[in-house]
Design a protein around this ligand. Structure first.
Ligand code: DNO
Ligand code: MN
Length: 355
């Protein structure tokens, strides 16, 4: 097991590589190219430059999060074959520099959704939060509310150029129900997994966040049953998962240690996002919490124990953190709380390993 830390690159991230290097036990930087439009090939030279920077800081680069999927692939348009060819070339380019795992998601239009990026907790820290009632309304209203309450940062998948055409995107998805979305995922997997096998790269699909349909858009990775269906689409071992404890944990019916026990032993989990969430009392509404088990609704010890027991040997990164100690950067991705989380998770791991 190695601990990793997500990084948004030298220009966009207030966190510097040397900061990450100073977190005890941080070994991996989970990076990506953020200036390549979705659907385009990631140029080899740019990938090499990213790797060189990370390695010069004494850290490793074997996981990419995320190579995003063009909407035409998820909708199943005839133009998808062109975007799939580009994706195949990106896989080859990443393999050339030694990347082993590609995290991605298959959520229509939006990546993860929160309705508040600065939910203030009793201790004065701020966390990301989700209240379902906001999503029943017009997505455009929610988009505006989030963008206006925020200091110029957008959630991944909420990029201004995509939001500008959000109405068009909703129309394009009008006939895409869960069955069709699943068929389009299978089409994509059948096309790219042979390339992954040749290149020794494993795909790691991230769960839908939150794990339920929103704005009438389908969701196909919500729970263990969905994971079984995705494995059944294509049995290749390159068809793997990112287990995101927070995303799956946002449905209290999901037993995360059981999911870990089922899929890690199959060799399908190269990557884990570890974070805690707390249900706020109204249905599925939640806010994010510090990693410590007692701060939230998830048992982080049981999660780490399941990973340890199943011989997990991939990368774990603390997922989101709160804004603490006056840090007011990219929501969810500050340095301090994620560093505390990483340290705590490492402490759990050491205790489990030695006991
Ligand atoms: C949510 C976050 C997401 C995730 C992408 C993966 O839990 O981890 O930003 O990275 O959805 O593609
Ligand atoms: Mn995650």
């Amino acid at each position: 097991m190695e601990m990793g830390f997500r990084w948004y690159g030298p220009d966009e991230d207030a966190v510097k590589l040397r900061d990450i290097r100073q977190i005890p036990g941080a070994k991996q930087v989970v990076g990506a190219l953020f200036d390549v439009p979705v659907g385009e090939v990631w140029p080899l030279a740019k990938i090499k430059a990213l790797k060189a920077q990370i390695e010069a800081a004494g850290l490793k680069f074997t996981i990419v999060e995320s190579v995003n999927i063009h909407d035409d692939i998820k909708i199943g348009l005839p133009t998808r074959d062109h975007y799939i060819e580009n994706y195949q070339q990106t896989i080859r380019n990443l393999a050339q520099v030694g990347v082993k795992t590609i995290c991605y998601n298959f959520m229509p239009i939006f990546d993860w959704i929160r309705t508040d990026l600065h939910f203030e907790l009793a201790d004065g820290s701020k966390a990301l939060a989700f209240q379902e009632r906001y999503t029943a309304e017009d997505p455009q209203a929610l988009i505006q509310q989030i963008q206006s309450g925020d200091n110029g940062f957008s959630l991944p998948g909420w990029e201004p150029e995509r939001l500008a055409k959000v109405q068009q995107l909703f129309k394009a998805y009008a006939d895409v129900d869960a069955t069709r979305l699943a068929a389009n995922l299978k089409y994509f997997l059948d096309a790219i997994l042979p390339v992954c096998e040749e290149c020794h790269i494993q795909m790691a699909l991230h769960p839908d966040d939150p794990p339920m349909p929103l704005f009438g858009l389908p969701r196909i990775f919500k729970n263990a049953a969905d994971m079984r269906a995705i494995v059944a689409m294509n049995a290749s071992l390159a068809n793997g998962f990112t287990i995101c404890t927070g995303s799956l944990g946002e449905n209290p019916d999901n037993d995360i240690p059981a999911i870990i026990r089922e899929f890690v032993v199959q060799g399908r989990v190269p990557f884990v996002h570890a974070r805690n969430i707390k249900f706020t009392g109204n249905g599925r509404d939640f806010r994010e919490a510090a990693h410590l088990s007692s701060e939230g609704s998830l048992d982080m010890f049981a999660i780490m124990k399941a990973l340890h027991d199943t011989g997990f040997d991939g990368v774990i990164r603390p997922d989101h953190g709160r804004d603490i100690w006056g840090e007011a950067g990219r929501p969810g991705y500050g340095l301090y709380d994620r560093a505390l989380g990483l340290t705590y998770l490492n402490g759990l791991w050491e205790a489990i390993a030695k006991s």
